[in-house]
Design a protein around this ligand. Structure first.
Ligand SMILES: [Zn+2]
Length: 575
């Protein structure tokens, strides 16, 4: 006999479902195991494993246990409610404030709607009566993370935003359109320095890769690049924009008296234990000075090759190339395609075993223990060619070249590869085969490139379908035709996300790489030395079993990781 008093709310719900004959004892046990393995809630596990459908679950919970249920994916979140519960508290107790009832009480989503102690504690924290509702349809922690960190209209507890000292803990009113409300504070009322701190810290918290500060005729905008897309975060009065820009230029060691000429600089900030570096570029536009700040967060840690989304075949080929004692490996793709991350993840595998690793980069995006990194600094006379030349005098075993875009760097890098060094470099080209052609276009002798280059990797990034709201969808007619042409099979059902609270309505969360890896063999070597074209080399590589990026992307869409339109958007190129 179970003692009801010790049951959690979820277990009680499980018992109700069991007693009502909706599930069997065995299913309940299986769901418990699954919920532990998947670190999901018991109720979500019951639904996701098809043991009970969502409607029955909601009916049982609301009628039998008299608990209202909310679907986290689609519930409206009221920023005024969020403002009442501090972020740390919400995280710690896994409670998500949602809104207000007509009697003014605060509606809060939880997995423990029968925890009366928590309920009364929340009442004293918020000064409101609290009403718990049962959260289903996704992980509560994920929604708390998203609401408190990503959307500018949310995230009311601005304490952390004020930087090192903790700062004033002001609670937030809701955001009104056209006002400079950010994280619940009116930026126009803040000194420029504090406004800069808030914006930079928010960018770090939401994993933005860049901050754009763009003036227009009567106001200015702050935009964040999140998962590759620009999102407007807040609109500012021009005067605040100007003082923030000046403030950043001081921090970044730039000339504040100059506001037309392009400038660049950098600064770093400490958020608690976390040190984040920012690379700043500015230029005068007709409306005033525009600024783009690259966020280089050191605390995210190095990614492994697996976590980039490389599938087994490519991973095996790339790793076998990395094991070779010398030669040149090139990584290609447009700006923002994740080349640097791939290079870092590749070098990380070599740190312990391969002696002196040196790099020349612009910028150094991640400081790696065990790699001697040199930052390009044109003012100090260090550019890619001169940086690489000096590295060669320092007896390196492995050399990482941030980017090859001039003849001297290209030639020096190939020579290094021919004289016993493993060289990893990024280069601008459409696909793996054409990076070799690019090298020849830069003036490297074909017979040198043929012996020097051992492999090429090309990549793009595609957004991943939000797991919370993904549904099965049919391809459009044109997508299906393209799919069938490439894959030689009928287009199956794909998945896409219509958008929910977990993905800010975009249908996507996070990104994954799509890769093609070309290993240079005897035939390709001969082709390079005879100046064969990109398509000719590509043809040989495909014959050797290279899976082209476009096909790899479609396989990802087929597996439900991304959408076909996302593959077409980022992977398509003209042959
Ligand atoms: Zn979603």
């Amino acid at each position: 006999m179970v003692t009801r008093a010790t049951l959690t709310f979820e277990e009680r719900a499980g018992v109700v479902l069991l007693e009502g004959g909706f599930i069997t004892q065995e299913q309940l046990e299986d769901a418990k195991t699954a919920s532990v393995l998947e670190s999901s809630s018991l109720l979500d596990a019951l639904v996701s494993h098809g043991m009970v459908n969502q409607e029955i679950l909601v009916t049982v919970l609301s009628y039998q246990l008299r608990i209202p249920v909310v679907d986290l994916r689609h519930v409206d979140v009221d920023v005024d409610a969020v403002a009442l519960v501090p972020e740390d508290y919400a995280r710690q107790h896994k409670v998500m404030p949602l809104g207000f009832d007509t009697d003014g009480s605060l509606r809060i989503a939880t997995l423990m709607p029968n925890d009366f102690q928590l309920s009364s504690e929340l009442s004293s924290v918020t000064g409101r009566q609290t009403k718990f509702v049962m959260a289903i349809g996704g992980k509560l922690e994920d929604l708390i993370n998203r609401i408190y960190t990503s959307a500018p209209v949310h995230a009311a507890n601005a304490a952390a935003a004020a930087g090192e000292g903790g700062g004033p803990e002001r609670m937030a009113p809701a955001m009104a359109m056209g006002e400079s409300i950010f994280l619940g504070q009116n930026l126009s009322n803040l000194p420029a320095m504090q406004a800069v701190d808030m914006v930079t810290w928010q960018a770090v918290k939401s994993n933005a890769s860049d901050i754009h500060m763009v003036p227009s005729h009567d106001s200015a905008k702050v935009l964040f690049r999140l998962d590759g897309q620009l999102h407007q975060m807040v609109e500012l009065p021009l005067s605040l924009h100007e003082s923030m820009v000046s403030r950043i230029k001081v921090e970044a060691g730039m000339d504040i008296s100059e506001d037309r000429r392009p400038q660049d600089g950098g600064f770093s900030l400490k958020f608690g234990e976390r040190r984040v570096e920012f690379r700043v570029a500015s230029i005068g536009t007709s409306w005033g000075e525009m600024m783009v700040i690259r966020v280089l967060d050191q605390s995210n840690g190095l990614l492994s090759l697996e976590s980039l989304g490389m599938e087994t075949g490519n991973l095996k080929t790339w790793r076998s190339l990395l094991k070779l004692p010398y030669g040149m490996l090139m990584v290609s793709g447009p700006t923002g395609s994740g080349k640097t991350t791939t290079l870092y993840a590749s070098v990380a595998e070599l740190i312990t075993s391969r002696g002196n690793i040196m790099s020349v980069e612009d910028p150094i995006e991640y400081r790696m223990n065990g790699v001697n990194q040199i930052q390009v600094n044109r003012a100090a006379g260090i550019d890619f060619p001169s940086g690489l030349r000096s590295i060669m005098r320092l007896d390196p075993d492995i050399i990482l070249v941030g980017e090859i875009r001039d003849t001297e760097t290209a030639t020096t890098a190939v020579n290094a590869a021919l004289t016993g060094h493993l060289v990893l470099a990024s280069i601008h080209s459409n696909d793996a085969a054409s990076s070799i052609v690019r090298l020849l276009d830069l003036g490297v002798e074909p017979f040198l490139a043929a012996t020097g280059v051992i492999g090429c990797l090309a990549q793009r990034l595609v957004r991943q379908v939000c797991p919370q709201c993904s549904v099965s969808t049919k391809a459009t007619v044109s997508e299906a035709i393209a799919y069938e042409q490439e894959m030689q099979e009928q287009a199956p059902e794909f998945t896409s996300g219509p958008g929910c609270n977990f993905c800010n309505g975009s249908g996507f969360v996070g990104r994954s790489g799509v890769f093609e890896v070309l290993s240079v063999d005897e035939t390709i070597r001969r082709q390079i030395s005879q100046r064969a074209s990109g398509p000719e080399v590509r043809e040989t590589a495909l014959g050797n079993g290279m899976v082209p990026m476009r096909r790899a992307g479609m396989q990802m869409a087929q597996n439900g990781k991304t959408t076909l339109s996302e593959v077409f958007r980022s992977v398509f190129f003209i042959d």
